[in-house]
Design a protein around this ligand. Structure first.
Ligand SMILES: *Cc1c(COP(=O)(O)O)cnc(C)c1O
Length: 386
């Protein structure tokens, strides 16, 4: 059987895969089983922060794997402690809970909010308000948080205690806080799966004010927007927000599974012994990988992300067939005249891998993609959207 046949026979059919079998990669270029090369503008959905087989990342992973791959959270390990320190120093947050995915990072955020609110606002303050068109994960609780009905339909009953409001409508948010005993607001600064839709800065500021007036927690889901993706270490910085909780995952460990829930001063002691846990959380190899990634996400690199973004946005906006370009940094959505899936297929034919998000083409290239490759990819896109 071919790999495709084996996969179709034995792997659960939850993914509609592109007809490509990727076998290897280096930097922003990967190769399929037929030897065809592609410029990767998707990085495994914002995961391979510095592309494939990045040398410093590889070294960090191999060294740690050769020393200590796992201990459980019953013991102290250096990569976990150093990564937590680095995340706190870089963000001003106070403590970190490590898990293995974005959904788990959000689960921890939600558990933190419920326990904190029960202790500080009252036991009935359990509601978490989220935005319509959001995406927070696939577990039953993070699906409940996700403000898109079509994900819910087949899986009820979902975890109760979530209320969804329209992004951009501060009055609705104010009403939701008045009508519900809410522990927290959970938002994405740029809705990724929802179609690369940034919140307006005015709305984000109003939302933060409403949260503060009601004494609740502000929680920002930076699973996709985080770790340099939008041109700052975390997107909330660009919005001038001061979140109490930040969840992140995807690009954090550059291709290994790692989730992190950053806890601010107000909630740093909310979860105590036995309140939460994860067997793999804070895994030494994943944390060593993340240390390698984060230590290189400095001001120079972030400035480079913003420059590449400016180039790509203006190149895309000038293309016939492009109706709108949205997003921040190297997280961009393109509304095209042709169906997005057709554009993605045409790009793939021409050796460029792109993604979709709702009805848009979505670009999430490696943060260190060389300018020549970005220009080549833009040329291919120009042909594909026309
Ligand atoms: C991808 C994503 C998640 C879910 O992350 P998983 O690692 O797939 O569990 C949650 N929130 C946002 C904003 C995401 O983009």
């Amino acid at each position: 059987m071919t790999i495709r046949e084996l996969d179709q026979a034995y792997v659960a059919h939850t993914y509609n895969r592109f007809p490509v079998e990727i076998v290897s990669g280096k930097g922003s270029v990967c190769r399929d089983s037929g030897g065809k090369e592609y410029i990767d503008m998707g990085t495994g959905i914002a995961v391979n922060t510095f592309g494939y087989a990045d040398e410093a990342w590889q070294r960090a992973v191999a060294e740690q794997a050769g020393k200590l791959q796992h201990t459980s959270n019953l013991y102290y390990t250096e990569p976990c402690a150093r990564l937590a320190e680095m995340l706190c120093r870089r963000t001003g947050m106070s403590r970190v809970f490590f898990s293995n995915s974005g959904a788990e990072a959000n689960e921890c955020a939600i558990k933190t909010a419920r326990k904190w609110a029960a202790e500080h606002l009252g036991p009935e303050y359990s509601t978490v308000i989220t935005l319509r068109n959001s995406f927070h994960g696939r577990t039953l609780t993070t699906l409940a948080a996700t403000g898109q009905e079509h994900y819910h339909e087949l899986f009820r009953p979902l975890t109760p205690g979530f209320v969804h409001v329209d992004a951009g409508d501060a009055e609705q948010l104010e009403r939701a806080f008045r009508e519900n005993k809410a522990a927290a607001l959970l938002i994405e600064c740029v809705q990724g799966e929802g179609g690369v839709v940034p919140l307006s800065r005015d709305y984000a500021a109003e939302a933060e004010q409403i949260v503060r007036e009601h004494g609740a927690l502000l929680m920002v889901d930076e699973v996709q927007t985080g770790n340099g993706r939008t041109g700052t270490l975390y997107a909330y910085e660009q919005y001038g927000l001061k979140p109490d909780v930040v969840s992140t995952a995807k690009g954090l460990a550059g291709g290994l599974p790692l989730g992190a829930t950053l806890l601010g001063e107000r909630v740093k002691d909310t979860l105590g012994f036995g309140d939460h846990g994860s067997t793999f959380g804070g895994n030494p190899v994943c944390c060593a990988a993340a240390l390698s990634i984060l230590s290189r996400l400095d001001e120079n690199l972030l400035a480079e992300v913003r420059e590449k973004s400016a180039y790509l946005v203006s190149a895309l906006r000038a293309m016939p067939g492009v109706k709108e370009v949205t997003g921040l940094g190297l997280m961009l959505g393109i509304r095209t005249e042709k169906p997005a899936a057709d554009v993605v297929a045409a790009c793939r034919e021409r050796g460029v891998l792109c993604l979709t998000a709702k009805d848009k083409v979505r670009l999430l290239p490696a943060l260190n993609i060389p300018m020549e490759l970005l220009e080549k990819a833009a040329e291919v896109l120009r042909e594909a959207v026309k």
